[in-house]
Ligand binder design. Structure first.
Ligand code: GLC
Length: 615
């Protein structure tokens, strides 16, 4: 406007007159009560383009230029990316933060409350003090859909306690290559198991009714083929966000069934995937998102993009918007100014409106997206009552009842790969030595997506370490020696060595060598040299290269990434629980076998899918 006035001064009086005129027109002052009880169709008819485009925009909370933008840009959603917590990271501060955001949203003409999304993927894992459950690869080893539904129900309760109403979970990836940094977010290789557990998670999160004060919207992800890419095609040159170079038959057989199951469970939302399929990015794939998911499968919820994922489409940011929305993305996760693309929610909204006004995106597509979004909000009860936040749920966050369920999940997730008659250990042994960097390390037990996006080693949140579990289990007469480097091994009647992976998330975990670290190997060698019975516990997000270590150990437990309740592992060690975990993924003998999956010809792994010993 400024430039126009400067260069067309004769237009100035006309423009000023128009401006004054427009300021005098009074938009119908419609208060949010007026939408209560109205159909979504009626509400959409009431909405301006700005209000519609705002509902399609999800901004990262820490990228808000100012909180008032929630109102001024009619934002429909905010998110906390991994680790994006209030300064004081405890439940009531989260609830205060959410109440604040919703209060601003309530000031808009229609007062449509926000959907607030977060990655609560193994409990409310961003919140200090919350119960953190095993990651999906461990849940896959339990094979227990009833337990998984209970875990999701508990997680939903702890999430709602903080005022949040949407989780970006379950991840129903079928991880085909253990080198992928998100292998632990996959329940396993079998589409039937993934479908059963993913469905259970959706049902646990959403409950009988999404409008329940203890329910949250689920987000089944990442559609489609996130676990299928070929090594070397990833965004970092490795595998994450890479190209799934597979036939449509394989895509439909291995990767589609969990979405069928999630749709049957009425998953409120589905997240599009960063990966490509045979060279085409999913975020621009009209056949897969619109024709297949919404058409053939009849999906009626809405598709949200991944974090700035539309920026990865070829072309400029405006063409990214046009391509992704026309392909079927309904809400765009616009975290902020990403490197190079300059995308932010203000820029996104401006360009999306331009695209509609110039006819690059039909208004019918916008209305379809907004209708889908408001149908979900209607199911959540957000259109028929003022936002409210039941603070009484805060007492349940990290409660002993919730942790007991997490402990049971850990027990059932542990896979005993070897036991030469040494387990269960007696609780009356004179001396037990506990070695390894994972022995007293809640952060290593939790893995990525825990308090911080990448997780962290050490005492990141209240929990029970393996060492804590041992000390609590043994008789008072037993001496427990914590010897991280294993130097005290010779003093023990048995030595428990806890080794594995330091936390990571997404592409940061892509690795072309899954050997244990030198530090872990030196501790294992030292303990083996002591000649004492050696029990190895592996904390990892995936199978690692362990053939020699299994050979050298007397017992070997794969404990995956168990979360805060490490005593579930020691329940197995001391025989309080007879191990029942079964591998949901293939365990390779070495890197040369990877990728290796059930169904491959000449399938000769170290341990096959379904393997797991009991006492
Ligand atoms: C991330 C992940 C996705 C997550 C989203 C929001 O990049 O790909 O799983 O839900 O961004 O944090």
């Amino acid at each position: 406007m400024q430039n126009i006035i400067a260069t067309h001064k004769y237009l100035l009086p006309l423009i000023v007159g128009l401006l004054i005129g427009s300021c005098n027109t009074t938009e119908p002052v419609v208060r949010h009560e007026s939408i209560h009880g109205k159909s979504v169709e009626t509400i959409v008819e009431m909405m301006t383009l700005s209000e519609k485009v705002g509902q399609m925009t999800q901004a990262g909370r820490n990228y808000l230029v100012k909180e008032k933008d929630i109102k001024d840009y009619y934002l429909g959603s905010l998110l906390s990316g991994g680790g994006s917590a209030p300064r004081n990271n405890e439940p009531s501060s989260w609830a205060d933060m959410l109440d604040g955001y919703q209060a601003v949203a309530a000031e808009t003409r229609l007062g449509i409350p926000l959907m607030y999304g977060i990655d609560a993927i193994h409990g409310h894992n961003n919140v200090v003090g919350a119960t953190i459950f095993p990651h999906n690869i461990g849940l896959g080893a339990t094979g227990n859909a009833v337990l998984v539904e209970e875990i999701a129900r508990i997680t939903a309760k702890e999430v709602r306690a903080t005022g949040i109403n949407w989780t970006f979970d379950p991840c129903v990836a079928n991880s085909r290559d253990e080198r992928w940094g998100r292998a632990y977010e996959s329940y396993g290789e079998d589409p039937a198991l993934i479908s059963a557990l993913g469905r259970a998670q959706v049902e646990g999160y959403q409950g009988a009714s999404l409008s329940s004060p203890e329910a949250i919207a689920a987000c089944t992800k990442h559609y489609i083929g996130d676990g299928a890419p070929t090594w070397g095609t990833g965004s970092g040159g490795n595998i994450d966000r890479g190209d799934a170079q597979i036939s449509e038959a394989e895509l439909r057989y291995l990767h589609l069934p969990p979405y069928l199951a999630a749709i049957q469970a009425e998953t409120a939302t589905i997240m599009a995937s960063y990966n490509s399929w045979n060279g085409l990015k999913l975020h621009g794939h009209k056949y897969l998102m619109t024709d297949l998911l919404k058409g053939e499968l009849g999906y009626e919820g809405f598709i949200i993009s991944d974090w700035a994922a539309i920026d990865e489409l070829p072309g400029n940011y405006k063409s990214d918007i046009i391509e992704s929305i026309n392909a079927g993305v309904d809400m765009v996760m616009v975290p902020g100014n990403t490197s190079g693309s300059g995308s932010s929610y203000r820029d996104f909204i401006k360009k999306l409106k331009q695209a509609v006004n110039e006819g690059s995106i039909e208004m019918s597509r916008i209305d379809d997206a907004v209708t889908r979004i408001l149908n979900v909000k209607k199911r959540m009860g957000l259109l028929d009552a003022l936002y409210s936040n039941d603070r009484s749920l805060i007492a349940s966050v990290g409660s002993s009842e919730h942790r007991a369920v997490a402990r049971q999940a850990v027990r059932e997730s542990v896979v005993m790969l070897k036991n030469e008659g040494v387990l269960p250990l007696s609780k009356d042994l004179a001396t037990i030595v506990v070695a390894g960097r994972g022995a007293d390390n809640v952060g290593m037990q939790c893995g990525g997506w825990s308090i911080a996006w990448q997780g962290g080693m050490g005492n990141i949140t209240p929990g029970t370490t393996v060492l804590d579990g041992i000390q609590a289990a043994v008789s008072p007469s037993t001496q427990v020696i914590h010897s991280p480097d294993g130097l005290a091994a010779a003093n023990g009647d048995a030595v428990i060595v806890v080794v594995g992976e330091a936390p990571y998330a997404e592409g940061h975990g892509d690795r072309d060598d899954l050997s244990l670290s030198n530090e872990d190997i030196s501790v294992l060698n030292r303990v083996q040299a002591s000649g004492k019975p050696m029990v190895v516990i592996l904390l990892s997000g995936r199978p690692m290269i362990i053939s020699d270590i299994v050979e050298a150990s007397d017992a070997f437990l794969a404990a995956w990434l168990p979360g805060t309740e490490g005593n579930g592992i020691t329940d197995v060690i001391f025989g309080d629980y007879n191990p029942s975990g079964k591998l949901s993924v293939t365990w390779p003998t070495g890197m040369s076998q990877i990728p290796i999956n059930l169904g491959d010809s000449n399938y000769s792994p170290l341990f096959p899918v379904g393997f797991g010993l009991s006492f």
